[in-house]
Structures are given as C-alpha cells and as structure tokens.
Write a protein that binds this ligand. Structure first.
Ligand code: 5GP
Length: 206
C-alpha cells in the first residue's frame, strides 16, 4: 500500500513574538498534526508536565543526546539547552503523519539544512508591521527614532530569508487561522497530488 510521508512544519520567529501562544492555540483546536515535544534543560514551570510540555533533562543527559546524534537540532537559549528528538520526527513523518515544531530561530536554520523540504513559517511581530505602515504613510515621527527602530528591524527581517511563509502575529486567532491555511495549501500542492496519483497508477499497472 502506498503511503506518502508526512510534511514537517516549522514555526519559528524572533524571541517574544508569541510562538508558544500560537502553537498552543493551534493544538487546542482539532488537528491531525503531531506536535514534537522538545527536550530542555530548563526548570519545569508551574503547571507544566514532563512529557507534555517538554522532556526535562539534566545538562549531562542533554549533552549525551547531542553526542549520540539523537537531536535533529538544538540550541542554547538563555543559558538552557533546547532540542528536537530526531527519532520521533523521522518515524512520525515516515508513518505519513505531519509533524509540527515550534522552535527558536537558530534551531530552525539547522532543521532547514537537514530537511530543506520542510515548510518554514516565520511568525512576525506586529510592531514591525506598524513600523512599515508608519514609514509608508510618512508619519510624524522623528527621523532618528525611525532609524533606530529600522536598525533593530533589519536583524529580524534578515532572519526571515530562510522561510517559506510569514505570518504577522497581530492577534492569536488570526495567526492560527493563517497557519492552518498554510498547512491546507501545502497539502493541495500540485506536485504532491500528482505524485500520489502517479504512484497509484504505477501500483495498479504492476
Ligand atoms: P520556553 O522556555 O519559554 O518554553 O521556550 C523558550 C524558547 O525555546 C522559545 O522560543 C521556544 O520556541 C524555543 N524552543 C522550544 N523548544 C525548542 C527546541 O526543541 N529547539 C529549539 N531550537 N528551540 C526550542
């Protein structure tokens, strides 16, 4: 029986943009996506559970996972390690299920190297959108203020380069709706559908 591999979706973006909130809201709604629970060395926060929010590891355990090449990507973020378990992602995709990662930007770039066919979604801060609008409409702000903010913005805009889609997180509900639309569109891509039919035809002819 022909079974197509699942699609890997990566939600990332600058720190503080609200990736976690968007991801949680997305998974509160009915979805066929499989969330890949990350490993971390940070302390458990109140209300979190091991194996639900993260797999909590000691620094020694985490470093041994790195050595054994068991992480698809990892990064140090605010003095703690965060990483994606390789086996879970690969096995789940192999079963034909879609996998969803919500990770910071250094990790997303590593995933891009290993899984260039992944679908990379950049969550964009609404402050940058506002900045763009102000500049376009030539508002009353001083030149200096705008220039300073533009410098900050440049870094974030450069980060966007590796991504396929950009979603502004102006309101969580809107951002979630856009992420869902991206997932649906990816499944409707011509190559993907043509491949499925070609495979079925080949199997029938054999
Ligand atoms: P928090 O400590 O607030 O749960 O997460 C801090 C940051 O780590 C967030 O930006 C989150 O997206 C990121 N993060 C969570 N899991 C992973 C992971 O497996 N790999 C990477 N690179 N970042 C992660």
């Amino acid at each position: 029986m022909f079974k197509e591999k699942g699609v890997l979706f990566i939600l990332s973006g600058p720190s503080g943009v609200g990736k976690g909130t968007v991801r949680k809201k997305l998974f509160e709604e009915a979805t066929d996506l499989q969330y890949s629970i990350s490993m971390t060395t940070r302390n458990m926060r109140p209300g979190e559970m091991d194996g639900v929010d993260y797999f909590y590891k000691s620094v020694e355990e985490f470093e041994s996972l790195i050595e054994q090449n068991q992480l698809l990507e990892y990064a140090k973020y605010v003095d703690n390690y965060y990483g994606t378990p390789r086996a879970y992602v690969e096995e789940t995709l192999e079963k034909g299920l879609d996998v969803f990662l919500e990770i910071e930007v250094q990790g997303a770039l590593q995933v891009k190297e290993n899984f260039p066919e992944g679908v990379f979604i950049f969550l964009f801060p609404p402050s940058l959108e506002e900045l763009k609008n102000r500049i376009v409409s030539r508002g009353t702000e001083t030149q200096e203020l705008v220039l300073n903010r533009l410098k900050e913005a440049r870094k974030e805009i450069e980060m966007m380069d590796a991504y396929d889609y950009v979603v502004v997180n102006d309101q969580v509900e809107h951002a979630v709706a856009k992420v869902k639309a991206i997932i649906q569109s990816e499944h409707l891509k011509r190559e993907r559908i043509a491949k499925q039919y070609k495979k079925i035809l080949e199997d029938e002819l054999l």
